[in-house]
Design a protein around this ligand. Structure first.
Ligand SMILES: [Zn+2]
Length: 419
């Protein structure tokens, strides 16, 4: 019976994969509207034929990998539950020690390891494609090192969360989700605060801008936007990628604007200043804080739903899933599966919110710099360097795009009247 279910779910996953392949490779129309042909938003005007071909190809592959990887994670959680593997991990942890901390550490180690091995093929395929299309410049060794750092960062974070979560589930049978939410607030704030100084430096090297002439221009612009000078950093990404990027991170005294060195090396000063002004828009409008508030609200709704769905699943399908109560740690895959599904279901909304902020940051940038030409050129160069598509298929935009499409961003700049 259980094997039959496992088999059915695997078949369903494969069918979904085929459908998504057909949609992304054969059905979706990603050409730009006829009235925009020949404008600055038309990639044919700024990419050569080879770049055009590569960007179409690579975007399709990347979109397919995106739609395959999230349900792949659900498949893992489901299989590990129904095949009794999670129960085995729990037994091993109980045999080793009576101490709850050690039990949690052991269960999580086996769980994380199984998850790492199961998802490794997809991560590796993504990495390989990124190398084939000359986006990633990372050696296998360096990539693997990042994967291993990821493993341990996730392991430690997950230990703190899971240990507290299951203690709450045991203590508060009905209201554990509310308690978990209350504790998640200081935890979220703390993690956002330490991210740029504790977590990010594990992966990359951060330092003040190297190009001092450019730094002077950037700081003059920052001054215009009332941003303290010591909050602008450069990060060494050229050892890993050809893509361009910049972002705002952290809160309070740790808040900062970070520019990838690839952006600084490959774009003209005017383009860099436009991108910088965009990031200043995020900084000045405090988008990190809005993001955090939104996250805290969604966590409340999410945890409440998870508690209801988990209780129902254990009651109705407990035997099939090898679960007798939600407070046993072997129910963790069920918790993670439901959370991941809810996050995916909410992604059209969260992406929409993010696209709204991005549009505002673009508007801020054009009002600060009045440099329409540099803005458009920067967007075109970003498209080329990431081999991204200007006009993605609808489902890709809804579920994957936390930025407006390049077509929308360029058009909006085109409409801006230089004063
Ligand atoms: Zn942005």
């Amino acid at each position: 019976m259980k094997i039959k279910w496992a088999f059915r779910v695997v078949i369903a996953y494969l069918l979904f994969g085929i459908l998504m392949y057909l949609y992304l490779f054969h059905m979706a129309n990603t050409s730009i509207p006829t009235n925009l042909k020949g404008t600055s938003a038309d990639p044919a005007t700024f990419l050569n034929s080879r770049e055009l071909f590569l960007s179409e190809d690579y975007s399709k592959i990347r979109n397919l990998l995106f739609f395959l990887s999230t349900p792949y994670e659900w498949l893992f959680y489901f299989l590990i539950l129904i095949l009794g593997i999670s129960t085995v991990f729990e037994k091993w942890s109980r045999h080793t020690s009576r101490n709850r901390i050690i039990q949690t550490l052991i269960y999580l180690f086996w769980f994380s390891l199984a998850s790492f091995i199961f998802t490794f093929p997809l991560s590796y395929i993504s990495y390989r494609f990124s190398c084939i299309y000359h986006i990633s410049t990372q050696t296998f060794h360096s990539w693997m090192k990042d994967e291993i750092i990821d493993f341990w960062v996730n392991y430690v974070t997950m230990f703190v969360i899971v240990f507290v979560l299951y203690a709450l589930m045991k203590k508060f049978k009905k209201k554990w989700w509310l308690m978990a939410w209350l504790l998640s607030i200081p935890f979220t704030i703390f993690m956002t605060f330490i991210q740029p100084v504790v977590i990010d430096p594990l992966y990359n090297h951060f330092y003040p801008l190297k190009d001092k002439a450019l730094e002077a221009k950037i700081l003059a612009l920052a001054d215009k936007a009332h941003i303290p000078a010591n909050h602008v950093y450069e990060v060494n990404m050229s050892a890993k990628t050809n893509a361009l990027n910049a972002y705002v991170t952290g809160i309070g005294s740790n808040s900062r604007i970070v520019l990838w060195d690839t952006t600084l090396n490959k774009l003209s000063d005017r383009e860099i200043l436009f991108i910088m002004a965009h990031e200043m828009g995020h900084y000045v409008e405090k988008h990190i804080y809005f993001g955090m508030a939104g996250y805290i609200i969604l966590t409340l709704i999410g945890l409440c739903l998870i508690s209801k769905i988990m209780a129902y699943m254990v009651k109705k399908y407990g035997r099939t899933l090898n679960l007798t109560s939600i407070s046993q740690i072997s129910s963790l895959p069920l918790f993670l599966m439901i959370s991941s599904m809810l996050i995916f279901a909410a992604s059209p909304l969260t992406n929409w919110g993010s696209r709204y902020e991005e549009t505002r940051a673009d508007r801020y940038a054009i009002h600060l710099t009045h440099d329409k030409k540099a803005g458009i050129k920067a967007f075109q160069d970003l498209t080329r360097s990431g081999l991204s598509e200007v006009n993605p298929p609808l489902l890709v935009k809804i579920f994957r795009y936390d930025h407006p499409t390049m077509m929308e961003r360029i058009l909006r700049l085109e409409k801006y009247k230089n004063k």
